[in-house]
Design a protein around this ligand. Structure first.
Ligand code: SF4
Length: 285
C-alpha cells in the first residue's frame, strides 16, 4: 500500500506486478513517494493471481505505477498465467510512462497485445515542452507523439490523461496550446482531464522544480482551460472523453469531436454559475 488504479478499473481484478514507479520524478505526483520501485518475483505474482482471481473475472489491471517497465518476457509470463487461471479473460491493462514505451519495440508491443495486454493508461499531463520540463516528465511533445504512434502500431489502445492547471496562471495558454497540438496529432482512444491537486508532501518539490513563482488557478480559470482545450481538439480519430476523476470540479462525458457542442454548452453553463460544481471537500486524487 498505497495502491492506485484508474477509475475505470474499479470492478476489475487488480494484481500488483510491480511496486512503485520506475520513474518516480514527476514533480506533481506523490503517489509512490513512499515506495521503492521493484519488480515483484513471478512466484509471488502467480500466487496472488491464484488467490485473488474469482470465477468469471474478465478484466485485469496490473499495478503499480508502470508495470510496462517490466521486461517483455516477464510480462508475457504474467499474461500467460492470467490466461491459464482466467479462461474468460478479455483485457489486461496497466499504467505506462513515455520511457517504458520508448524502450519497447513495436514487435514486443504487438506480442503483448496478442496476449491480451491491450490498454495502456498514459499520463500526457501537458503537450507543452516548457511545462513538461518544469514538471520533470522525462519527455517532450515530440517524444510523446512518437511513442503514442508506436503504441498504436503495436495494436495498443491508449487512455491518456491531461492535468488542467498545470501551467498555473502564467503558462495557462502555453499549456493548453501545446496539449491541443499534441492531441491533434497523436492517436489516443480515451482522454481524461484531471485538475491539478498537490498533495502536501509534493508541494515543495513542485514549486521548486517550477523554478519561478507559481500561481494556482481557481475553478473558473480551470473551466476556461477546459473550454479552450475542447474547442481546439480535432484528434486524428474519435476520442472518448471523460472528466470524471475525483479531482474535477465538473464531470463531463462525450465523444470528441462529435459531442463538442454539447460539452461546451455544459461548460459555459458552469462558467456562468448555472451548473453546480463538485464541492472541494470531496475532491482529491
Ligand atoms: S505521474 Fe506516473 S510516471 Fe510520474 S512519478 Fe507519478 S506514477 Fe510515476
Amino acid at each position: 500500500m498505497p495502491l492506485f488504479r484508474p477509475p475505470a478499473e474499479g470492478d476489475n481484478l487488480i494484481i500488483q506486478a510491480t511496486l512503485g514507479c520506475s520513474f518516480n520524478q514527476c514533480s506533481f505526483c506523490a503517489m509512490y513517494s513512499s515506495k521503492q520501485y521493484v519488480a515483484r518475483p513471478l512466484g509471488d505474482v502467480f500466487a496472488d493471481i491464484r488467490e485473488a482471481a474469482w470465477p468469471g473475472a474478465r478484466r485485469v489491471f496490473l499495478a503499480d505505477g508502470d508495470a510496462l517497465a517490466l521486461p517483455t518476457e516477464h510480462l508475457l509470463a504474467i499474461l500467460r498465467e492470467l490466461a491459464a487461471v482466467l479462461p474468460g479473460l478479455t483485457r489486461v491493462s496497466c499504467y505506462a510512462t513515455p520511457g517504458n514505451l520508448m524502450k519497447k519495440r513495436v514487435e514486443e508491443l504487438a506480442l503483448l497485445r496478442e496476449h491480451k495486454l491491450s490498454l495502456l493508461y498514459f499520463g500526457i499531463e501537458s503537450g507543452s515542452d516548457l511545462i513538461l520540463k518544469k514538471i520533470t516528465k522525462g519527455a517532450t511533445q515530440r517524444g510523446m507523439s512518437e511513442v503514442l504512434h508506436k503504441a498504436q502500431a503495436g495494436g495498443m489502445k491508449i487512455s491518456a490523461t491531461v492535468i488542467l492547471g498545470l501551467g498555473g496562471k502564467k503558462y495557462s495558454e502555453e499549456h493548453i496550446a501545446g496539449t491541443i497540438e499534441l492531441l491533434n496529432s497523436a492517436p489516443v482512444t480515451y482522454l481524461s482531464t484531471l485538475q491539478l491537486y498537490l498533495d502536501e508532501s509534493s508541494e515543495e518539490e513542485f514549486f521548486r522544480k517550477h523554478g519561478e513563482p507559481f500561481e494556482l488557478q481557481d475553478d473558473l480559470a480551470i473551466l476556461k482551460e477546459q473550454e479552450r482545450l475542447i474547442s481546439g481538439l480535432n484528434p486524428p480519430q474519435s476520442v472518448i472523453f471523460r472528466s470524471n476523476h475525483a479531482s474535477n470540479a465538473l464531470a463531463l462525458a462525450g465523444n470528441l469531436p462529435g459531442d463538442r457542442d454539447k460539452l461546451l454548452l455544459q461548460l459555459r453553463e458552469a462558467i456562468l454559475g448555472c451548473r453546480s460544481l463538485r464541492p472541494h471537500y470531496i475532491r482529491g486524487l
